[in-house]
Design a protein around this ligand. Sequence first.
Ligand SMILES: [Zn+2]
Length: 331
Amino acid sequence: MLDRCSVGFFLILSWLVEGLNASAGDANPQYRSCVKQCEETGCVRQRCFPNCKFSGVEPLYMQWKKWDCQSDCRYFCMLDIEKEKELRNDDPVKYHGKWPIKRIYGMQEPASVAFSALNLAAHFHGWVSFFVLIYYKLPLKEEKKAYYEYASLWLIYGLLSMNSWFWSAVFHSRDVDLTEKLDYSSAVALLGYSLILAILRSLNVRDEATRVMISAPLIAFVTTHILFINFYKLDYGWNMIVCVGMAVTQLTIWAVWACISHHPSRWKLWFVVFAGGLAMLLELYDFPPYQGLLDAHAIWHATTIPLTYIWWSFIKDDAEFRTSNLLKKSK
Ligand SMILES: [Zn+2]
């Protein structure tokens, strides 16, 4: 969740602190000439890449090969330069906004891929256990509908979360224009949807017409924003403002609601809001990857795995709490 958006936010913050020298690596003339030469010859020293040999047939396939060629050239030029620097005991620097991270099975950021997959698994587990609780464990109304009024909203939330973590895993495996847009778009959709859900749940909006009235302007805004970043311009600064705005609003709503609602499981809400905020600091103290694998971003993805469990546990508590209240009232 929040993924690229808060990354953007903290990247900008850390840029301000570091004085805009975040990607020193790709400014290095040695790196630039290495990449340029590689894209022309298809080789870095003795190592040559089949993807750099274009024999033009299908445009889409060609485009894909071009991306592969560029990414192979960038990666092996970076490795070469970083290896030399290691011998001189120099610290690693960033390339194109990212730390030099070792590939595993062709995955660009293997640790982030693994943690994204685990986040997906955690959401799947939460989503299934929520479904089982609602439709098999808790009593149902006569027409087989759940008493809990937010059941279908949370089920859709689970699907959007899984979708978002899926594209996060794909994006960290291979960072190209297409995967980046898919990752950003699903993150924006998830953030917008969870903001709507936070408003509806905290204000206890159960009436269909009011729900539509509250969500319509937000859905319109989020849809426009997704179309904008995909088909007009991926403006990182503006996208960051939109995402951070939606995330902070949502967290504030949950925190305030936890304070005033006397919800029996409010400590879980508190915990997720605070730990989530703390975990985001990892993006601020962005350090070089440990062993060339474990960077701050990956560790940040790791911290959201346990938070996902607590979050779904809160959602399930809420379902039980609302259901037992409604049953008490109906007696
Ligand atoms: Zn990520």
